[in-house]
Design a protein around this ligand. Structure first.
Ligand SMILES: Nc1ncnc2c1ncn2[C@@H]1O[C@H](COP(=O)(O)OP(=O)(O)O)[C@@H](O)[C@H]1O
Ligand SMILES: [Mg+2]
Length: 468
């Protein structure tokens, strides 16, 4: 993964990174709050040896002090001195516990020892540090005094006494928070990358082309307005969504210049991929270009065209196929010029059978003669066979894929279904593409839709495929 890809993942999955960072930062704060505050009091000790007066004696005296400093540091952290300190201060703890709270560090190349004591009480921390230091002074005097009562070879002076620490040393709130945020950031980035690797949905047209193995004939942006008003008023609308449907119309007409597909099925893998909305707007875009268009609701199980277009849904395709109404009676005028609509009619008990019947084939053939274009909305392919049956009877199917939602294996499965029934796949449409960062005129949306490379590809395939 290159830096560029990494940044892209972080930018698109910033919420993951942010949430993880927040959680670890909160954990760090909680950790700080739960810790018992510990105060640290420090003293500094100076070690000197009784040396001679000559330079060499002074030098060796100094060396001796430096060596002693290391030993004294060990003594300070030992249990003997701890016990003496406990006795002196009448503390209610054992020597081992106290010795663990003591740190003594010999400063390299000096004769100084820094002693620090951690305790839950600031005053007691100070007292222990001072008492301990004084006990070392006494102990050194005992240890270093030769037997005959001569002057001791070395002695320790408390150079700096401890004071009451104003702030606790533990918890280190700021440091804990900083570590929490840093770890959260790293963890969040890792999670974001993991999610990206595990994410097998399709998000752009290049991925979609790869999965379907056919051209992408349209890219439709996510457009909130379509939820309220599925139908675009093409006469007055020049929004990016309207433009995307005009491009889609152009691409469809280019697909096969001599005999463009006219009976077109709109389908997809699963519900909510914008099939019905797209069917309406492809039909309207074609009507805008002076074609007579019939829009059919072939989704008898979850019909929505009548509802989306404020029309009557009780009479339609199922009524015609069952012979209860004539085509002319069931077809409704829409409020849009050149667009007629055949709703689904009541849901029959056997939609697949009805759609696969000879009557259905006859009706579709008749409609192909009557209109310039017939656009059929269908049920999702992975749910029922209705869509595949209609696709097989049509001039070609358009497979809708919802950006960032439909999974690769679902798409591959749908393509397999369409191929199995011998349907022509005109191409796919990437729907509901989020338009967060890329503006409406970004390259992603339209840059490549202008070219005729993809439709020409599709054409080639149709021409060379012997099953057509
Ligand atoms: N381009 C779009 N932008 C935003 N919402 C959309 C878009 N297309 C469809 N929708 C909404 O998504 C939902 C499903 O759309 P619909 O066309 O009914 O899908 P399907 O027929 O595949 O089940 C509906 O609420 C619809 O309003
Ligand atoms: Mg639908």
């Amino acid at each position: 993964m290159e830096l560029h890809d990494f940044l892209k993942v972080i930018r698109t999955r910033w919420a993951t990174v942010l949430a993880t960072t927040l959680v670890t930062a909160l954990a760090a704060v909680a950790y700080s709050l739960l810790q018992t505050p510990l105060y640290e009091a420090s003293t500094r000790l100076f070690v000197s040896t009784v040396g001679g007066t000559s330079a060499s004696e002074l030098y060796s005296g100094n060396r001796l002090s430096q060596e002693r400093v290391l030993s004294y540091a060990q003594l300070l952290m030992g249990e003997t001195l701890a016990q003496r300190t406990i006795d002196r201060l009448n503390l209610d703890m054992d020597a081992r516990t106290l010795s663990e709270a003591i740190t003594a560090k010999a400063k390299p190349d000096t004769v100084l020892i820094d002693v620090s004591v951690l305790d839950t009480s600031p005053v007691r921390a100070r007292d222990i540090a001072n008492a301990l230091s004084e006990e070392l002074v006494v102990m050194v005097r005992e240890l270093e005094t030769p037997a005959q009562g001569a002057a001791p070879d070395a002695r320790v002076v408390v150079e700096q006494r401890a004071t009451v620490p104003p702030e606790p040393e533990v918890p280190k709130k700021k440091r804990n928070l900083a570590v929490g945020i840093l770890l959260g950031g790293i963890l969040g980035a890792g999670l974001a990358i993991l999610r990206d690797i595990l994410d097998n949905t399709v998000k752009d047209r290049v991925q979609l082309e790869k999965v379907t193995g056919s051209g992408v004939v349209g890219v439709v942006p996510y457009d909130k307005g379509r939820r309220e008003n599925p139908a675009i008023v093409f006469e007055s609308d020049n929004s990016p969504t309207a433009e995307s449907f005009r491009k889609l119309r152009t691409n469809l007409q280019f697909l096969s210049v001599d005999s463009p597909p006219r009976l077109i099925v709109i389908t997809s893998s699963v519900p909510n991929e914008s099939k019905s909305t797209t069917a309406i707007n492809i039909a309207l875009a074609l009507a805008e270009a002076d074609h007579n268009v019939l829009l059919i609701d072939g989704d008898m199980r979850r019909p929505s065209l009548a509802r989306y277009l404020d029309m009557v849904g009780s009479v339609g395709l199922s009524t015609v196929l069952s012979g209860s109404a004539s085509l002319d009676d069931a077809t409704q005028e829409s409020k849009f010029p050149r667009l007629k609509v055949l709703a689904s009619g009541p849901t029959p008990p056997n939609p697949s059978e009805l759609l696969g019947s000879r009557a259905a084939k006859k009706v579709l053939d008749e409609l192909r003669d009557r209109y310039d274009y017939v656009i059929i909305d269908t049920s999702p392919l992975l749910a029922v066979t209705d869509g595949a049956i209609l696709a097989a009877e049509s001039d070609g199917a358009i497979l809708l894929v919802r950006a960032g939602d439909t999974k690769r294996d679902q798409i591959a499965h749908s393509i397999g279904i369409l191929n199995d029934v011998g349907a022509t796949i005109l191409g796919s449409v990437l729907s509901m593409v989020p338009n967060k960062r890329s503006g409406p005129y970004s390259y992603d949306y339209y840059g490549r839709t202008y070219g005729d490379r993809l439709p020409a590809d599709a054409l080639d395939r149709r021409a060379t495929d012997p099953s057509r």
